[in-house]
Design a protein around this ligand. Structure first.
Ligand code: ARG
Length: 456
């Protein structure tokens, strides 16, 4: 036990189990050992402990790391309150009394803050890589579908023709913003809390610059009181995970819609679909539904921990231990979802010819016809009205744009000539787009090579 001197009895077993965070903060074991090694090295460098003692401690810590990695040691939550006490006790078992010098000038409060920041930085890097992987998959698929026409929607009503590449590239943009959020967070985590002690630093001559450098930070944190109670970065992480997961959830929703018989636009691979226990014909997009469903949990993690934080007086309070469950839950759920989504999309088949046939004669080129009128000098509002009338008359006859020949158009407005008919050609609709950022295959190919360079 870490505080035996003051107590007559040890913590009640049920109370220990209630308060132990070991089964979640076990995820911090590597960062905990890394931080302890830096601290032990600093204690000898400053002459607070001897070089021999420091070496003994560091070797003991490395042995713990080894045993953990080889599965030959696993701490038990009935025995320890958290990973920090488990590692320290294990160190006593390995090197004896010298272990008692490791915690000199350190509190679990600055220790856990350091561990969490180191862990979060690594998690950000891993997510940036995982996001890059899914971006690469989307770019690969896009490069084969720059001219594959699909429907673009607003209000889930047919709006204008776009391409599959354009649609997938929209997600590549979202993934890029997700990456940026994690990158900004990672870069901002550049101050080391180690050496802040319980809340007010130390009377010992700790060299905070030494541990700062050893752990890869830029500077020691400036206010110990803030350092031990700051969990803003966890909220940032939970928020970035929520936004990222929201993007995956929207994509999941599209995959679910696209895989219906009504849409019949995507076929998921058998090994990324599930069947029904009752209906033999069913093939369900369960994985996409689970990603969409788990988004709720990730949102909940933010709210849960933001609520934990809101009433806490400075500085450390045990409530802060509740940061770990949401942090790890959001990370593992999000990274798994990204990986599954990547595999699900790369193994899926798109029904590339589906929309071009359905869109022939469809009214989704009405805006193009209005733009044609604008170029003839008609004010846009008037052009809108004229084309609206074209649509209305055709609908009255139960027809679509295939029924709009020049004679018919001229009857509505004599300004129409044969070049207007070209605006109703779906196959050339993408090339007719003039603006940067549109689905014109020229711009899309440019975007694809930009991404390929950026992601390589
Ligand atoms: N398990 C604790 C946590 O994660 C470690 C810090 C404990 N500090 C304390 N003063 N009880 O927050």
């Amino acid at each position: 036990m870490l505080w035996g001197g003051r107590f007559k009895e040890s913590l009640n077993l049920k109370a220990l189990k209630f308060s132990s965070s070991l089964n979640v903060d076990i995820n911090l074991i590597e960062e905990d050992i890394e931080g302890s090694i830096a601290h032990a090295a600093m204690l000898s460098k400053t002459g607070i402990i001897s070089p021999e003692e420091s070496e003994k401690i560091i070797n003991g810590l490395l042995q713990i790391k080894n045993e953990w990695e080889n599965n030959s040691w696993k701490p038990d939550e009935n025995e320890f309150e958290d990973i920090h006490s488990a590692v320290e006790t294990k160190l006593f078992n390995i090197i004896g009394d010298s272990a008692g010098k490791l915690h000199t000038g350190r509190s679990r409060n600055d220790q856990v803050a350091t561990d969490l920041i180191l862990w979060t930085k690594n998690a950000c890097t891993l997510l940036e890589q995982t996001l890059t992987n899914i971006q690469k998959t989307f770019i690969d698929i896009s490069s084969n579908h720059t001219e594959t026409i699909i429907t673009g929607y607003t209000h889930l009503q047919r709006a204008q023709p776009i391409s599959l590449a354009f649609h997938l590239l929209a997600y590549v943009e979202m993934f890029q913003r997700d990456k940026k959020r994690f990158n900004i967070l990672k870069v901002s985590l550049n101050e080391s809390p180690l050496g802040s002690g319980a809340l007010a630093g130390s009377t010992l001559p700790l060299d905070r610059n030494f541990t700062t450098e050893k752990l890869g930070f830029d500077s020691p944190s400036a206010n110990a009181l803030d350092s031990v109670s700051n969990r803003d970065f966890i909220l940032d992480f939970l928020n970035a995970s929520s936004i990222g997961m929201m993007h995956l959830s929207r994509l999941s929703e599209e995959i679910i819609i696209w895989s219906t018989s009504e849409f019949n636009f995507i076929k998921l691979a058998d090994n990324y679909s599930t069947g029904s226990s009752l209906m033999p014909q069913k093939k369900n997009p369960d994985l996409a539904e689970l990603i969409r469903g788990r988004t709720g949990k990730i949102y909940g993690n933010y709210i849960s921990f933001a609520s934990t934080m809101k009433g806490l007086p400075l500085s450390y309070n045990r409530d802060l231990q509740e940061d770990k469950e949401p942090l790890f839950s959001s990370f593992f759920t999000y990274v798994d979802s990204l990986e599954i989504m990547n595999e699900m999309i790369s193994s899926a088949k798109f029904n590339a010819g589906k929309f071009i046939n359905e869109l022939k004669g469809d009214f989704s080129l009405a805006t193009d016809l209005a733009d044609w009128l604008v170029l003839k000098g008609i004010p846009f509002r008037k052009a809108h009205e004229i084309v609206g009338e074209v649509v209305k008359r055709l609908e009255e006859k139960n027809q679509n744009f295939t029924g709009a020949d020049l004679a018919f158009l001229k009857k509505i407005n004599p300004i129409f000539d044969e070049t207007a008919i070209e605006c109703l050609n779906i196959s050339t609709s993408l090339e007719r787009k003039k603006t940067y950022g549109s689905p014109n295959p020229y711009f899309i190919k440019e975007q694809i090579s930009r991404w390929q360079k950026l992601l390589s």
